[in-house]
Design a protein around this ligand. Structure first.
Ligand SMILES: [Zn+2]
Length: 121
């Protein structure tokens, strides 16, 4: 790999938020394996679930790589299937999200309290 200071056309910028959202919508439109009948959960307001956003962003990044490398089968098995196990699980980010979020602030993240005075590790 050259460290040329000139323009490097092989440098791939990360996807923009717009591209990411478009990918999620496009990808979901073809997804048939996630429904309540199979006890797999989803939320239309996926963007309100921080863990889901991180996982989907990671999937998108790898999807771009797999498209470039023509390795989509591995993407499905090694990336999608493994994230899907957590992502759509009853215990995953969407598991207890049955209805639409009333406001954008609705999140179900883990709380982390300050350790008590005198605590050390
Ligand atoms: Zn939700």
């Amino acid at each position: 790999m050259s460290q040329s200071a000139g323009q490097n056309p092989e440098t791939v910028d990360g996807p923009t938020q717009e591209e990411f959202v478009a990918w999620v919508q496009e990808f979901l439109s073809g997804l048939e394996s996630v429904d309540r009948a199979s006890n797999r959960h989803w939320c239309p307001q996926w963007w309100a679930h921080t863990e889901a956003v991180d996982r989907l962003a990671a999937l998108h990044t790898q999807w771009l790589v797999a498209t470039e490398e023509n390795s989509m089968s591995s993407w499905w098995v090694d990336h999608f299937d493994r994230h899907a196990t957590v992502l759509f699980s009853p215990h995953g980010p969407f598991g207890e999200c049955g209805t639409h979020h009333v406001d954008k602030g609705a999140r179900r993240t883990l709380a982390a309290e300050q350790p008590p005075a005198g605590w050390s590790w």
